[in-house]
Ligand binder design. Sequence first.
Ligand code: P6P
Length: 339
Amino acid sequence: MGDKNYSTLGEFIINNQHDFKYSSGELSRLLTSIKLAAKIVNHEVNKAGLVDILGAVGETNIQGEDQQKLDVYANEIFKSALINREIVCGITSEEEDDFITIQGKYNAHDNKYVLLIDPLDGSSNVDVNVSVGTIFSVYRRITPPGMPVRKEDFLQEGNKQVAAGYIVYGTSTMLVYTTGHGVNGFTLNPAIGSFYLSHPDMKFPEEGNIFSINQGNYAHFPQGVKDYIKYGQEEKDNRPYTYRYIGSMVSDFHRNMVKGGIYIYPTSSKAPNGKLRLLYECNPMAFLTEQAGGKATDGHIRIMDIKPKELHERSPIFCGSTKMVEKAESFMKKYTSNK
Ligand code: P6P
C-alpha cells in the first residue's frame, strides 16, 4: 500500500471536523487521544508473549471476571490518555466499578464529552495469540459544564451517541469508527506508527452467509435461536451458512462487516440477559452496524433505543447484515406474543 495515496487518520479527523456544528475541536482531540492510546496498547499486545504481561492479575473485575494483566494495562493506557490530557469530563470502563469524574488542573469539568470503553475485549484470547479489540463509545454530557458528571451522563440511549468505534489488534491493527457520517477503517503502518484510510465508507452487505454464535450453548438458547441455527444449516438458497466464531466480538464483527454475516449473543438459561454489556459493547457496535447499513437489535427491539438502567447492564445482541438479522428476528417473534 503506497502511503502517499491514503490520508492518515489525523488528516481525516481534521478534514471531517466540519461534520460537527459548533465544533470546538474537542471531539477531534478525543479521537486523536484514542488513536495515541491504541498505538501504545497495540505495541504491548503484539509482544504480549515476550513480557510478563500475559495471564491473570489474580483479581476479578466488577463483572466477576478474572482480570487479565493486559485488560488492566489497556484500561490504564486509555484512562491516562483521556484523563491526564483532560480530554473528557468523565469515563466509565468494563474494568472500573463505577464512572470516573475528572477535575484536573484545567477544569476538565467544562469538557462536553464522556467516554465509555471496553479496553480489551476478548482478552482471554491473548494467551493463545488470537485477535482482541478495544471498543469505545462517546456521548455529549447531559449535566451542565462546570460540575462533576453524574450517572445520567453515562446512562443515555445508544441513539444519543456522538461517536463509536473499535480497534482490532489482528493480523494488522485497524481503527474503525463513526461520528454518524458513515464508517471508515484505518490500518496502522507499524513501521511509521500512522493509521491510513484503508477501508473508506464500510458497508455491511445486505445479505451474507457467515454466522457467529457460540453453539456450545445451544441447549440453553431460546427456541427461536435454536430454530434460526437449524435454518442456517439447511441446504437451500445461500445456505448452509459458514459458521465462524472467534470468541472475540470485535474480530467476528469486523469479518462479518467486510464479508456479510451476523453476530449473535442471545439470552440463555446460563446468561438470562445475555453476556455483552449494553453501554460499552452493544451500543457502540450497534451504532457502527447501522451507520454501515446493517441492523442491530436484542432480538426484538433496536439496541440503540434501549434505556440503560445500570452502567454494567447486559443485553442480548443480534447484529450484522440486515436480511440475516430480520430472518433471526422472525424466528424469535414466533415465541414471544407480547413483543
Ligand atoms: P463466550 C469476550 O469475552 C466476549 O465479550 C466477546 O468478545 C465474545 O464474542 C464473547 O464474549 C465470547 O463469549 O461465552 O462465547 O465465550
